[in-house]
Design a binder for this molecule. Structure first.
Ligand code: HEC
Length: 149
């Protein structure tokens, strides 16, 4: 039992996150508006998931109110049009070993459907990145399978 747990996290060691993808833009998107009413509003479902699961730590601007480490603006993950890292982080969370055992992101894989995870990943890349993404529920299902292996 312990082995399965360790294996899961060993796949997502902090030094592996984010994994830069080729073809990313040289410039990153500016900080998003502080209010959820401004900026990207298109993906209502993604926005709803973000509001309930992510905004408390990451903020609507992408500049985290709780930790500079959790600032999304300018990260590789949100500028990757494939959105693989974003979806994987939402599915599995991260576990960074800091001296004070600070904040890490919880795994939301069990709490949300493939569809909802795709929606929130697309919302995050559209709001905080330069290109946005078009992740589907099927893509998320495949990522889940890879993670479970
Ligand atoms: C309890 C606070 C918390 C919540 C809730 C949370 N996160 Fe995070 N998130 C963090 C922290 C802290 C980091 C930085 C972790 C690290 O570097 O190990 C992070 C990192 C990330 C990253 C990687 C950024 C990078 O450096 O590339 C993404 C993407 C992300 N979160 C998206 C989300 C999404 C989407 C949600 C909602 C489904 C969410 N987070 C919910 C705290 C949180």
């Amino acid at each position: 039992m312990g082995e399965a747990f360790d294996h899961r996290f060993s796949q997502f060691a902090p030094e592996d996150i984010p994994v830069p993808s080729p073809g990313l833009p040289a410039t990153t998107a500016p900080v998003a508006p502080a209010s959820h009413k401004d900026g990207v509003t298109a993906d209502a479902r993604g926005k709803k998931v973000f509001a309930s699961a992510c905004a408390s730590c990451h903020g609507w601007s992408g500049e985290s109110p709780v930790s500079p480490m959790a600032t999304l603006t300018g990260t590789w993950a949100v500028n990757d049009p494939a959105a693989t890292n974003v979806a994987q982080i939402v599915l599995s969370g991260t576990k960074r070993h800091t001296p004070d055992d600070a904040l890490s992101i919880p795994a939301f894989g069990d709490a949300y459907s493939d569809d909802e995870i795709a929606a929130v990943a697309n919302y995050v890349t559209a709001r905080f990145g330069t290109k946005g993404s078009k992740l589907t529920a099927k893509d998320v299902a495949e990522l889940r399978e890879q993670t479970a292996e």
